[in-house]
Design a binder for this molecule. Sequence first.
Ligand code: SAH
Length: 365
Amino acid sequence: MITSATRYQPDRDELASLLSDHPSYRVDQLWKGLYDEGLPIEDISTLPKALRSDLAALLPPALFDRMVSVSEGGETHKWLWGLDDGDAVETVLMHYADRSTVCVSSQAGCAMACGFCATGQEGFRRHLTTGEIVEQVVRARAAALPRRLSNVVFMGMGEPLANYDAVWGAVRRIHGDLGLSARHITMSTVGLVPGIKRMAEESLPVSLAVSLHAATDALRTELVPINSRYPIDMLAEACQGYVAATGRRLSFEWALIAGVNDTKEQAIALSELCRELRAHVNLIPLNPTPGYLTVGTDAAGVTQFQKWLLERNTNATIRRNRGTDIDAACGQLRASQNAKSSGSAGSTSVAAPRRKDQGGSGFVD
Ligand code: SAH
């Protein structure tokens, strides 16, 4: 029995126990209003007014509007949400010709410490709850109208597989109650092997994207420090297991960093790995972040890297950067206002140390 919770946290049984003094169809009405229609409880007109206001007080929203930015003629929206403990996370909605995708956060901050990622530079603060994750999707779905929200990607702030239970609870809700197909839900991971193995045992075959960024251990450990615990061989074996268990295609994310991982040697090593795993590669030039001094590969270098892969029959697409102008691009979420003026380009140092003065919440002010 719950006494109070955020709006999208309780499951149906928990809501039923909250409404145990009412006819059972009230649960159906509440559930339909929240999930099918995405309405604020106050606007669920099938419920009596007094009950609506009781429920609205018992089930407050988890996310408070702090800021919303819209760019590219309305094609990209970014929200900065305040949470009940004063923390903040971001959600990005992107419209494409054939789909509308929401990129959700799974943690406030991140413990994985990838040096090139703005969230990694901040460090970890806390896990998000299932309710906080589901509510991001519901809010984006409402904002997307009249277009239909078709895809959810766990590529916002945080490492989803480090918050497995809450994230998987959200996946089930997004699939079962918001009605998105499993193949349109993408889990993006830095490569937490135990999490990938757990996913292989789940009944929902979601798409798996692994943030590889380097195809040799020495370089990958430099870029993605967790590689020292789960090196490429071990990661590849877990990915193989996932593909075998689910039949889903695997994709590798590869942020191209000038002079670092955009070399022919890396392209060759990557295509060998892709051949074994029948994986697809998503290429994206590194987006600038405050605490990392190395720049993204230029357009010609990106095309060259793709060519090296295609020549070896490795399927590789170049992803367009979305939301760069509103700091909504991959790895840029919650970039600080202060950092914006201090610039990040110019150097080619790989081991740019984390700048201690910039991990913070300047964006939230
Ligand atoms: N922790 C998860 C999901 C969040 S990041 C993961 O690592 O997959 C989503 C994607 O953005 C990852 O592929 C991540 O490596 C990439 N990314 C992070 N910082 C980036 C940057 N500055 N430029 C381009 N991509 C970046």
